[in-house]
Design a protein around this ligand. Sequence first.
Ligand SMILES: [Zn+2]
Ligand SMILES: [Zn+2]
Length: 303
Amino acid sequence: MGRGSLFETVAPGVARVHSIIANAYLVGEPGETWILVDSGTPRDVDRIRRAAAARYGEESRPAAIVLTHGHFDHAGSARVLANFWDVPVYAHRLEAPYLSGQSEYPPKDPTVGGFMGMLSRFFPSRTVHLGTRLAILPEAGEVPGRPDWRWRFTPGHSPGHVAFFNARDSVLLAGDAITTVDLDSWIAVMTNERKVCRPPAPFTCDWKQAHASVRQLAELAPAHIACGHGVPMSGPEAPAQLRELASHFPAPKSGRYARMPARTDHNGVRWLPRDVPDPLPGIAAGVGAAVVIGAALAKRKSD
Ligand SMILES: [Zn+2]
Ligand SMILES: [Zn+2]
């Protein structure tokens, strides 16, 4: 990606809009009907709007915004963009309680460890309230506005997580069901080293489901894998690494959800495993995170 590019083409018909934390995707070739898959954090409104205008034209608007799930780094700009474009925001019905103010997500678990576990102390558990913009994905797997794509139910990272697959071009938009960067390693995050890895651990509330979802995605053998986090991957190592992850899935050994999942239903959270005390004092963690985020920003500027 060149300096100042608003988006980069990562697979047939798919462009990545890259923000400091998460990826959003513009799906559809210029001139076609298009959709926005995920919407970054609340700070990404402008970037996504400018990227869409650059790819599709100033007056163009999508058929819909569709979300892999509702975490703040995927749904953050959805409401503002939906109002701007006057379009609905689709999510799975099991994700709806968290996007309508009915329930909070299961609490994050910083004690699960790793780099992202440490940073997660400073990420909000709350997400956005989509109000009347929220719409439910059609049950049969259709993706509104893009008949060449299907959604697949891939819960575990969040209760109503979905991934999007285009069988013709073998493209997988996996959301946070997997990542293409090892978020547990600070070095991997800093260097953007590409590797198919487990979902972002501190925000994953059911590891058994998460593993089953990875197995399901591995069966698709996608030639292109584009996730919420990490640089997208294409070529034979993408499906090979996904298969490897499915057969040797590194579920955490400790942490709040390591042994028991959060129990959720169409009303949101029903039951939670007991909280694990967080041994890291807030101030020490704050200093650590400030240093790390500062380094990340400096690195991004020099890219
Ligand atoms: Zn997430
Ligand atoms: Zn995410």
